[in-house]
Design a protein around this ligand. Structure first.
Ligand SMILES: NC(=O)c1ccc[n+]([C@@H]2O[C@H](COP(=O)([O-])OP(=O)(O)OC[C@H]3O[C@@H](n4cnc5c(N)ncnc54)[C@H](O)[C@@H]3O)[C@@H](O)[C@H]2O)c1
Length: 327
């Protein structure tokens, strides 16, 4: 058995997947430029510092190691930044993915798991959203994910790649043992903001918009624990290694919480009545995003173990207050 190449494996989600792979005994090679990732987050396997846009470096790695499959997490991920600096996002998320795919094709690697996003749906017409819904991204970040999915679809049709695209909804939480978690100082995700504000790392946090067409006017999202998402990757890998055909799956719990509901749950989980401030809407935020993940459950046998908002927040709180301070 060869290696599993994990691009972006030193980042938040990638490092949790590397942990899950390592616990299952896979031979892992992390490829990461450490732009937002951290060496300390790689708990298993070897880390090669390299960039997905660097074809020479990719060739060195693929010449040296036998790679059975690739998990591709490396990307820029901040939606508002993608609106301000679209080219940065197209160059890394699309250009980098194309460079990687070309190198893989030329080295005969034909199994690929792609970190896609609910952002590909834009403002979905039906909630919960199914994989068959039209792709209508409303920001450059979502466009980059949809473009790479299209490339993969065409490569699969041509017989040069078998892939699973996992469309993540809102990923949150941390390793329950507190060894790894969100490591980006400037992370913008809601649950991270809540626990960092509760921990006193920020004076207050903002709620962007309270006039959306939702029950309390704030945006509704489907929060999935990063460990359940990691398990979806393991199942997708096993599926591809058994020669499963290319598929796209939503990854979420099928239940939405508003920003205000998350803030209340975070105040309860942390025991801190931290301050929040109402702010104008952000560009590129759809009102509600909730997954229909029945396909992931029926096709891959995915059974979530951490579907509990309080628990998700508690693991993030544990990481921020105990784990992260050790780094
Ligand atoms: N966090 C979420 O809620 C969420 C939701 C949907 C999709 N995703 C996708 O999941 C993936 C991982 O997200 P994350 O939250 O872990 O982000 P992250 O920033 O923590 O991880 C990304 C990793 O990729 C690395 N990287 C970036 N550009 C690179 C390049 N050119 N070459 C090599 N390495 C590079 C970074 O150093 C980092 O370690 C991304 O593709 C993202 O689009 C995340």
């Amino acid at each position: 058995m060869g290696k599993i190449l994990v691009t972006g494996g030193a980042g938040y989600i990638g490092s949790h997947v590397v942990k899950a792979l390592g616990e299952k005994g896979y031979d892992i090679l992390v490829y990461d430029n450490l732009s937002t990732g951290h060496e300390w987050a790689v708990l298993h396997g070897d880390l090669v510092v390299g960039d997905i846009r660097d074809r020479g470096r990719l060739d060195q790695v693929l010449d040296k190691y036998e790679v059975d499959a690739v998990m591709h997490f490396a990307a820029h991920i901040v939606v508002p930044e993608s609106v301000q600096e679209p080219l940065k996002y197209y160059m890394n998320n699309v250009g980098g993915s194309l460079t990687l795919l070309q190198a893989l094709q030329e080295h005969g690697v034909d199994k690929f798991i792609f970190s896609s996003s609910a952002a590909v749906y834009g403002i979905p017409e039906e909630i919960p959203v199914r994989e068959s819904a039209p792709l209508q991204a409303i920001n450059p970040y979502g466009e980059t994910k949809a473009m790479v999915e299209k490339v993969l679809e065409d490569m699969a049709y041509a017989g040069s790649m078998n892939y699973v695209a996992l469309r993540y909804f809102n990923v949150a939480g941390a390793d329950p043992e507190g060894r790894i978690g969100e490591g980006k100082e400037d992370a913008t995700h809601l649950i991270t903001m809540c626990v960092r504000t509760a921990a006193g790392l920020r004076p207050e946090m903002s709620i962007f918009g309270d006039d959306y067409p939702t029950s309390d006017g704030t945006c509704v999202r489907d929060y999935i624990h990063v460990e359940d998402l990691a398990e979806a990757h393991i199942l997708a890998l096993q599926y591809l290694l058994q020669n499963g055909e290319s598929q796209v799956f939503n990854c979420g719990y099928g239940r939405g919480f508003s920003v205000l509901e998350v803030v209340e749950a975070a105040r309860k989980a942390t025991g801190v009545d931290f301050p929040v401030r109402m702010a104008p809407r952000r560009e590129g935020d759809p009102p509600a995003l909730v997954a229909d993940s029945s396909k992931l459950q029926s096709h891959l046998g995915w059974r979530p173990q951490h579907d509990d908002l309080q628990h998700i927040i508690a693991t993030a709180w544990n990481w921020e207050t105990r784990g992260r301070t050790r780094e």
